[in-house]
Design a protein around this ligand. Structure first.
Ligand SMILES: *Cc1c(COP(=O)(O)O)cnc(C)c1O
Length: 392
């Protein structure tokens, strides 16, 4: 059965169309590494087109290993074409550079991945590209913001620190009705939680660094489309910028993809159990998790998802100072302090909301947890001993 024949991405991640060399029938993909690709003669050199996957021209434009990973990410997302870049942030940059020019405007959700906002503030602005922030829970407000300069609308579900789940159907409906290209950062959903193309997105990008890698040992990004003209525009820019990924890194992601659906579910179940327990502790004022009743955008999550990433945030009661919350974080032993998520190790980061967004969306100090694959009971005991140091 080929990858196209299975409805569930969990099956498509394992059943695929890769053909091993004749006489060597292993389903695992070989690691091909090359800068130079040799042409048989000058006619072959002149006939080759770097845009065609029918042949190979130069390592930067792809090898059998990277082409296979591109095909699998496209299949995971329900898209037709994928480009690979050296990080998730580079994938965001590629979309902006390919589609925006001087005088254009891009709209970003107000809870957008921080470095995406920094890119707009410090680089896009220098090229004469402006940006504005919209409320991802208010599709009518987005509609009212669109002007003659608006060329691109970014979406992110859920916001990766404050965890609001956007009105995906409403926002994508506005983009479609107004003829504006939409791009979604699908790192949280990972191609598992919801089908971004079916909901109406034009471009789906992912930090493969997170769930598809799953090991905390690869940095990579993907940009997937269903429209050939849009893909070619992105591909031209990708070529001009000189972005490519290494065969060894592609192999690590290929090795992790078959367990993606299983890992996603395990992170989700553990995160919900720990978030529920934390929400019942007297020191915690609020739990932000899109699958929880009362979390901003919960109804929008319910409209298109049943699963969620292993990520949530808590707001400490305002009686605890930021320094006290820092002491709680420092007292954790299994949870390590560090960025990223969807790897095997549980991580924690305290965030200063006032420094991220004006006005700050919540009072008190926010702590984000990324739940790894350790035993839930051990993680809960670690949280309990660190909370006990705070007192009630
Ligand atoms: C991590 C992340 C990125 C960037 O990925 P890198 O590979 O670290 O550059 C982009 N968007 C979201 C939502 C992320 O969590």
């Amino acid at each position: 059965m080929s990858e196209d024949k299975a409805a569930d991405p969990a099956t498509r991640l394992i059943q695929h169309g890769y053909a091993a060399p004749a006489g060597f029938a292993a389903p695992q993909v070989a690691v091909h590494k090359a800068s130079t690709v040799i042409f048989a003669d000058t006619a072959a050199l002149r006939a080759r087109d770097w845009r065609s996957k029918a042949g190979y021209t130069y390592g930067l434009h792809g090898t059998p290993t990277t082409f296979t990973l591109e095909a699998r990410i496209a299949s995971l997302e329900g898209g037709l074409q994928t480009l690979l870049v050296p990080s998730g942030l580079a994938a965001i940059t590629l979309v902006n550079m390919a589609l925006l020019g001087q005088g254009d405007e891009v709209l970003l959700p107000d809870n957008v991945y921080g470095p995406s906002r920094q890119l707009a503030l410090h680089e896009l602005a220098r090229w004469g590209i402006s940006h504005r922030l919209y409320d991802p829970l208010d599709a009518a407000a987005l509609d009212a913001m669109i002007g003659p300069q608006t060329r691109l609308i970014w979406l992110e579900a859920a916001g990766s620190v404050t965890m609001e789940f956007p009105d995906l159907l409403g926002l994508l409906g506005v983009a479609r009705a107004r003829g504006i290209t939409s791009a979604i950062d699908n790192t949280w959903g990972a191609g598992i939680a919801f089908d971004a193309f079916a909901l109406g997105a034009d471009i789906v990008m992912q930090a493969l660094t997170k769930f598809p890698s799953g090991g905390g040992d690869v940095l990579m990004g993907s940009v997937t489309t269903r429209d050939e003209a849009l893909h070619q525009r992105l591909k031209r820019c990708h070529m001009h910028m000189g972005w490519g990924v290494a065969g060894n890194d592609a192999e690590l992601v290929l090795r992790s993809l078959p367990s993606l659906a299983l890992r996603y579910r395990a992170h989700d179940e553990a995160a919900r159990a720990l978030a529920r327990w934390l929400g019942a502790q007297p020191q915690i004022a609020r739990v932000l998790h899109p699958a929880f009743e009362g979390s901003p955008g919960h109804a929008h999550w319910q409209a298109c998802c049943s699963q969620a990433a292993g990520l949530f945030s808590v707001l400490f009661d305002a009686r605890f100072s930021a320094a006290q919350v820092d002491r709680f974080v420092d007292a954790l032993q299994l949870f390590r302090i560090g960025y990223s998520w969807a790897g095997p190790m549980s991580l924690v980061v305290p965030y200063d909301l006032a420094a991220m967004r004006q006005p700050a969306p919540y009072p008190g100090t926010l702590v984000r947890f990324s739940i790894g694959l350790e035993a839930v009971a051990d993680l809960q005991a670690d949280l309990a001993q660190a909370l006990a140091r705070l007192g009630d």
